[in-house]
Design a protein around this ligand. Structure first.
Ligand SMILES: Cc1cc2nc3c(=O)[nH]c(=O)nc-3n(C[C@H](O)[C@H](O)[C@H](O)COP(=O)(O)OP(=O)(O)OC[C@H]3O[C@@H](n4cnc5c(N)ncnc54)[C@H](O)[C@@H]3O)c2cc1C
Length: 251
């Protein structure tokens, strides 16, 4: 595959929660190629390494990217202006695999929630469970409610939705679904995988630190289990989505 840097135009840059920004970017060729669970790699002004951000939503000419300011790169992204040109490699990675006729439950934690919106839109009658530390960090609830009548919210401190973890809600509804797709912090993914083990299939999206985003460096190398033993893979190229049974969550 050829990875050309492409020019996107920033159409929207809005702070939707504390330190969390909602971008809409336009490119008339690449957006329509996006599949759910894939990501893009954004060139940040005056920085060499790009920043990987999941595709939150896509249509023919635009992508929606929702990101949290963590360090310098995402801070600079948050300061970009509507109308700016943004260099973005897209779409990248292997996303969630979705089969017709199955009922999926999308489980997200914190800034792992955005890619689940585009993914949920590809399925019939999805269940959506999202969790956040507190009410100030809750995002995308109206978007999810537009896609599904079965939307559950949890916060660690109970300041919005149910008090507790996404896994508490998942356990209650496991017999209503066929498969889980999850994205969020590693401890959450491990807990979700444990709940699903032996009961329903679970795909997890890993948001590892990345260098190049296109398989040229080994920054995002990840140990996975295969039937032949242990194999090193690169999250940017082989993932970010894996069957939960393949992942060593404690590695
Ligand atoms: C496939 C993929 C999809 C992603 N999708 C999103 C998304 O949709 N929205 C979003 O906000 N973020 C997403 N991330 C994480 C995002 O790429 C990082 O937060 C960002 O690169 C940090 O850059 P920075 O320059 O602001 O921070 P840096 O200065 O590089 O780091 C600042 C802090 O962020 C932490 N950090 C850096 N990279 C990551 C990471 N990959 N995961 C967790 N913590 C990290 C560092 O440990 C450090 O504490 C994704 C990452 C991957 C690999």
């Amino acid at each position: 595959m050829k990875y050309d840097t492409q020019n996107f135009k920033l159409l929207k840059n809005e702070e939707i929660a504390d330190g969390i920004f909602d971008w809409e970017v336009e490119n008339n060729e690449l957006c329509a190629l996006s599949k759910c669970g894939q990501f893009v790699s954004v060139k940040v002004p005056s920085r060499t390494l790009r920043r990987p951000i999941s595709i939150c939503d896509a249509d023919k000419n635009t992508l929606r990217l929702v990101f949290q300011v963590k360090g310098e790169g995402t801070k600079l992204m948050s300061e970009m202006k509507v109308g700016d040109n943004v260099e973005i490699l897209a779409p990248l990675g292997n996303g969630f695999s979705i089969e017709k006729g199955k009922r999926y439950c999308f489980v997200g934690g914190g800034i792992g929630v955005p890619p689940l919106l585009f993914s949920a839109k590809q399925t019939d009658n999805p269940m959506i469970i999202t969790g956040f530390r507190n009410k100030d960090l809750v995002i995308l609830q109206d978007d999810f409610k537009a896609v599904s009548d079965d939307v559950y919210l949890a916060t660690d401190d109970g300041s919005a939705g149910e008090k507790g973890f996404v896994t508490d809600i998942l356990k209650e509804h496991l017999d209503e679904i066929d498969e889980v797709c999850a994205c969020g912090p590693i401890p959450m993914l491990k807990a979700v995988a444990d709940v699903c083990k032996g009961k329903v299939k679970c795909q997890v999206s890993l948001e590892e630190r990345m260098g190049c985003s296109v398989g040229a460096c080994l920054v995002c190398a990840c140990k996975t289990k295969t039937k032949d033993g242990i194999k090193m893979t690169q999250v940017c190229k082989n993932g970010p989505v894996y069957d939960a049974e393949e992942v060593f969550f404690d590695a």
